[in-house]
Design a protein around this ligand. Structure first.
Ligand SMILES: NC(=O)c1ccc[n+]([C@@H]2O[C@H](COP(=O)([O-])OP(=O)(O)OC[C@H]3O[C@@H](n4cnc5c(N)ncnc54)[C@H](OP(=O)(O)O)[C@@H]3O)[C@@H](O)[C@H]2O)c1
Length: 310
């Protein structure tokens, strides 16, 4: 029996619940591909899943029933990965051995936190943008697809003015770049230390949330996008034009996306209109440190784990 290393989430809790173990290497079943994982994203979503601390505990009860009441039903967690197709089931016709891809594991099954993962060929799998490394590629989709979903929900149009609150995180940095793509004029709200590098992503104006009160902002926006979930709702009303729209990563439902949206992001990357923003890269053995860092809620863009380093 072939073995692989995986990060096992033994129970819900702090990063210390993560343990490296040797487990059985998976083999592709009908319609599945086996991916050798080369990079994993450690997202705010991964940390929520590990700790099981969703923003709304009551509405999360059905979720807990599905993913495991007392401990994760699927001990290998992990949402987004980039890697190389190592094997395909005979029935697979969309992918070939050796192709570099980036992919999302299946809802409720997870499994990215390992050296290998099997996914059905119709899962959210896209060819890795050729211009990016595996680490860069895996940093794109979590924030990118979430930002795309909420920007579409906001009915963004060319010429709109948009205020992005929490502009320095994974969703925020993607929202800035995508809002630019849609032709909007971006005002970014972030802290003093993030101001300069965030501007370079394509920001027209910045507001330092540590020094300035949003209530003093004289501008009125077509869209207010809360990319971190902390904006005061009473302030939003004052910031919006009468016909303006408010979207929030916490209060506007769950982002939903598929292969079509992933390929859209790939296309933007290839055209240079969407760039990876990586704060820190860790080794597979440093998964606990990576989770500790993401838990702090102050990462700049994305955090990535390198796997099967060559
Ligand atoms: N609904 C959905 O489907 C969906 C999808 C994706 C994400 N989410 C949720 O969206 C939230 C953000 O996700 P993320 O991955 O982008 O988070 P993240 O990368 O961890 O965001 C961290 C960033 O937020 C900034 N920040 C922290 N406190 C802030 C404050 N009070 N005001 C302004 N900025 C602040 C930090 O900047 P400073 O260091 O300067 O404070 C840091 O750069 C999470 O709660 C996540 O669970 C929801």
């Amino acid at each position: 029996m072939e073995k692989m290393k995986a990060i096992i989430t033994t129970r819900y809790g702090s990063p210390e619940v993560l343990q490296i173990k040797e487990v059985e290497k998976p083999h592709p079943r009908k319609n599945e591909v086996l991916i050798q994982v080369r990079a994993i994203a450690v997202t705010s979503g991964d940390c929520r899943l590990r700790a099981f601390n969703p923003p709304n505990l009551i509405s999360s009860i059905p979720m807990r029933l599905m993913i495991g009441i007392f401990k994760p039903r699927r001990p290998i967690q992990g949402l987004w990965l980039a890697g190389v197709i190592e094997e395909t089931a005979e029935s697979v016709n969309q992918f070939k051995i050796g192709q570099p891809v980036y992919a999302r594991t299946l809802d409720l099954k997870f499994g990215a936190n390992a050296e290998y993962v099997c996914l059905p060929e119709n899962a959210i799998i896209g060819l890795k943008p050729g211009s990016l490394t595996f680490e860069e590629a895996v940093s794109i989709p979590f924030g990118g697809l979430s930002a795309l979903h909420f920007l579409k929900k906001s009915n963004i149009n060319k010429g709109d003015t948009i205020l992005i609150y929490g502009a320095s995180g994974s969703v925020g940095t993607s929202a800035i770049q995508l809002a630019n793509y849609f032709g909007a004029e971006v005002t970014a709200v972030c802290s003093t230390e993030n101001m300069e590098w965030v501007k370079k992503l394509g920001v027209d104006k910045t507001i330092d949330y540590k020094k300035e009160q949003l209530t003093n902002c004289k501008d009125r926006f077509d869209i207010v996008f809360d990319a971190v979930g902390y904006i005061d709702r009473s302030v939003v009303k004052r910031l919006l034009k009468p016909t303006g729209n408010f979207v929030s990563v916490i209060h506007s439902g769950h982002a939903q996306s598929g292969v079509k949206e992933l390929n859209f992001l790939t296309d933007l990357v290839e055209k240079g209109q969407l760039k990876p923003v990586i704060d820190k890269c860790y080794s597979f053995e440093e998964m606990i440190e990576a989770h500790r860092y993401v838990d702090k809620g102050h990462k700049k863009g994305n955090v990535v784990i390198k796997v099967n380093e060559k």
